[in-house]
Design a protein around this ligand. Structure first.
Ligand code: ADP
Ligand code: ZN
Length: 442
């Protein structure tokens, strides 16, 4: 049974979510002033960069002055690998995590004891927003290890007093057995992995709707509204979005509330801005652009105006749940994921939407890019066949492929070739999924 769409009871840990505007700004200003002083004193990269711009910590008097600060980029973390961005001595650092990045050296991130407490708090605030309580049994299927997902969710769920099952990703049959035998009520995972869990349960003859699970906590990768619908229908749960990135913290930078309409950013700890990615100019709330985040309380590794490369909008309207902290629209696009096909920008999430808009289509797909004999790019989308879609006659296979083709083309404005493949033949992910095979430069 899915959790009902009611506003969950107030929990004191969430008090900062409801701070009156003036108090929130006052808190943000105070924290920013302190953070910038520390960053300037302790981190050479920040000091050099601010000196170059002619900005000193004294120029930062309130949160409005944040725009005077320099940006930080992923490459800065790479250039200072491994410990160059730390503002605390190693004796005060109690945890390191690393994100794979795309190439070369990983990005290392650090936490003091106080940083871990903030992390627990914001993940707990996320769970409270969904309606999770200390009564819930949380199966944490995010990967444990250097990836921030596993331990991040674990800490927050424990802080809230939930019963945590630290299963990590993988071994999907066992995941389902445990989910059933332990009466799990909440599962956290990447959305692509949860879709795989649903699929496996189906094959094991288990209807997830019959299990006590009510809540899903999904993040770490973009997912469409269509996938939410699919998961909620197939598993009989409510599927909630959680956002975060290692450079800032990990999961728990922002999360949906019971209204499932945008993610509240815990802006007493992480200050969001939107900028024009081309010029770096700040854009007003309500305008789409690149999300920039600054940590306000992080000790081990403060981040000044970190450019996330995630594309979103900050909502102008206050959420009906009563939280005063602002919301961002779900992130469907990350500049890193963008494919340029015949000069057109295409995001895998758009293809996912196109597929799932066709009734009965499978959420398991792969995008293959090739260069044709004419030198032009071609996109092929392989989609697994489903019983609902195909009755073995060639005609119905072709018709179904065409339907999906049209649906995708309508969204991306390019023609694509869709091929139905045998069920369960495409690679399944246990963490973040990679759906793209690019053979164009081979
Ligand atoms: P990496 O950069 O190696 O993927 P992270 O694990 O820190 O390392 O991933 C953070 C990124 O994951 C975010 O910048 C964002 O692009 C993506 N992400 C995280 N949560 C979500 C979410 N709920 N929706 C969409 N994208 C997300
Ligand atoms: Zn809300």
């Amino acid at each position: 049974m899915a959790a009902p769409k009611t506003i969950p009871p107030f929990h004191p840990i969430s008090a900062p979510d409801y701070l009156p505007h003036d108090q929130l700004r006052e808190l943000q200003s105070r924290r920013l002033i302190h953070m910038v002083k520390r960053a300037y004193e302790k981190v050479e990269l920040y000091r050099n960069r601010m000196n170059k711009m002619g900005v000193t910590p004294d120029d930062i008097q309130s949160i409005d002055d944040i725009v005077k600060l320099p940006f930080t980029m992923k490459v800065d973390l790479r250039d200072t690998y491994p410990y160059g961005m730390f503002a605390s001595p190693l004796k005060d650092i109690v945890r390191l995590h690393a994100s794979s990045g795309t190439t070369g050296k990983p990005i290392v991130v650090a936490y003091t004891k106080e940083d871990l407490e903030v992390w627990d708090e914001v993940v707990a605030r996320s769970l409270v927003g969904y309606g999770v309580t200390s009564q819930d049994i949380v199966q944490n299927a995010y990967g444990y290890g250097l990836f921030t997902g596993g331990l991040g969710l674990h800490g927050g769920a424990s802080a809230l007093g939930c019963t945590v099952v630290p299963i990590s990703g993988g071994n999907t049959e066992r995941q389902i057995m445990i989910m059933r035998d332990f009466n799990v009520t909440c599962c956290s995972a990447t959305p692509s992995y949860f879709v795989h869990i649903i699929d496996k349960a189906h094959r094991m003859g288990i209807n997830m709707r019959d299990l006590p699970i009510k809540f899903g906590v999904f993040g770490a990768e973009p997912w469409s509204e269509e996938v939410r619908h699919y998961i909620e229908e197939e598993a009989g749960i409510r599927a909630f979005n959680i956002y975060g990135l290692s450079e800032i913290l990990g999961p728990g930078v922002g999360a949906e509330c019971c209204f499932q309409d945008g993610m509240h950013i815990f802006e007493d700890h992480f200050f969001p801005e939107i900028i024009d990615p081309a010029t770096g100019e700040p854009l007003p709330d309500g305008t789409e652009g690149e999300l920039v985040l600054s940590t306000l309380s992080k000790e081990a590794m403060p981040m000044l105006r970190y450019r996330t490369r995630d594309i979103t909008t900050i909502d102008v309207e206050q959420c009906p749940c009563g939280r005063t902290i602002r919301r961002i629209r779900p992130i469907r696009r990350r500049s890193d994921d963008m494919l340029i096909v015949r000069g057109v920008n295409v995001f895998p999430s758009q293809i996912e939407t196109g597929i799932l808009r066709v009734e009965g289509a499978s959420p398991h797909f792969q995008i293959v890019l090739e260069k044709g004999a004419d030198g032009l790019d071609r996109i092929e989308v392989k989609v697994e066949a489903t019983d609902a879609a195909v009755d073995d006659t060639v005609r119905s296979v072709e018709q179904f492929q065409q339907k999906i083709q049209q649906s995708i083309s309508q969204i991306i404005g390019l023609s694509v070739r869709v091929t139905l493949v045998q069920p369960y033949t495409l690679i399944r992910s246990e963490g973040k999924v990679n759906r793209v095979v690019d053979n164009r430069n081979k």
